[in-house]
Design a protein. Structure first.
Length: 305
């Protein structure tokens, strides 16, 4: 009798666990190839904003958590996305032309083609002839831009800053055997490093290209912790938001808890796209590349569904 009871008890413990394991969608790391995309997002995983009940817009599945909100500070509207991923392969870059990287398109077209859940504009590297450019492990240009800070992202999804494209530090980083650098960006400046807000350096304040002392639309990405990120676009030029200075953006990223944060291309390039529409103000500028997040859960959907 005791043996029978023990068998029944074991059965009651194992069956629910087995059913739960079978029901849970499998998280599958995405391909590291630049030409490959994420899985099609599941429409049921999007959450609409319900301000009356304190619900923020977002996307939630077993591999991806995104919470969207707008924060007003000193006359600036910051469009903010808080992102947690299960696997570093979900942090991706996408190009309109994966083979050459020279063609431009609108952010929403590139994002939709790559099955992005969330996307922001990047450093628009085709506008310049300098800068060491790497996207998803593919190198497009090997020329250090001496007066720009660099953001390097490794295969673990961790961020690294190299100030003023220091050649020795860059060579040391690229030669490391414990990590692999998958993406390199050349815009800046770096806004936060080691959890400390940075002052905007002279080599950016003297370059009128960045207008760091003037309020402008700006775009930034930061890392908060392992596989946890913050994406921000400060609106401007629209009568409702003044735009942010470089100092204001750095302070905002630090206040939001970033350990590392980096300024991307701003002005009309600064865009945030989420769930099929622009979350930030929309412009008509086309560009070469995006940073995006994709789900690692294959729901069996296709772009035609």
């Amino acid at each position: 009798m005791r043996k029978l009871i023990a068998i029944l008890l074991l059965f009651t413990l194992l069956v629910p666990a087995a059913l739960a394991e079978e029901a849970a969608p499998a998280i599958q790391p995405l391909s590291p190839e630049l030409a490959d995309f994420g899985y099609v997002p599941n429409p049921d995983c999007f959450v609409a904003e319900d301000a009356a009940n304190g619900v923020k817009a977002g996307y939630y599945d077993e591999s991806l958590s995104i919470t969207m909100e707008r924060i007003e500070v000193d006359g600036v509207t910051y469009n903010v996305a808080r992102v947690k991923i299960a696997d570093p392969s979900q942090l991706r870059t996408g190009l309109e032309d994966p083979k050459k990287g020279k063609k431009n398109n609108y952010v929403h077209n590139i994002a939709e083609k790559h099955n992005a859940v969330l996307a922001i504009s990047s450093d628009f590297f085709t506008k310049n002839n300098s800068g060491w450019v790497v996207r998803m492990g593919s190198t497009f240009r090997k020329k250090l831009y001496k007066n720009r800070d660099m953001l390097l992202i490794d295969a673990n999804g961790d961020f690294h800053i190299i100030f003023r494209s220091n050649e020795e530090e860059f060579d040391t980083m690229m030669a490391r055997t414990d990590i692999t650098i998958t993406n390199v960006f050349n815009f800046g400046p770096a806004l936060v490093n080691d959890g400390v807000k940075l002052e905007i350096p002279d080599y950016y304040t003297k370059d009128n290209t960045f207008n760091v002392k003037r309020p402008e639309p700006r775009c930034a990405i930061g890392q908060i912790g392992p596989l946890e990120y913050l994406l921000v676009v400060a609106d401007g030029r629209n009568g409702k938001s003044d735009g942010a200075t470089g100092e204001q953006l750095a302070q905002f990223m630090a206040d939001q808890g970033c350990t590392v944060a980096y300024n991307l291309d701003g002005g009309d390039t600064a865009l945030m796209w989420f769930g099929g529409e622009y979350y930030s103000r929309q412009t008509k500028r086309s560009q070469s590349d995006i940073i995006y997040f994709a789900t690692a859960v294959d729901s069996g959907l296709s772009t035609e569904d």
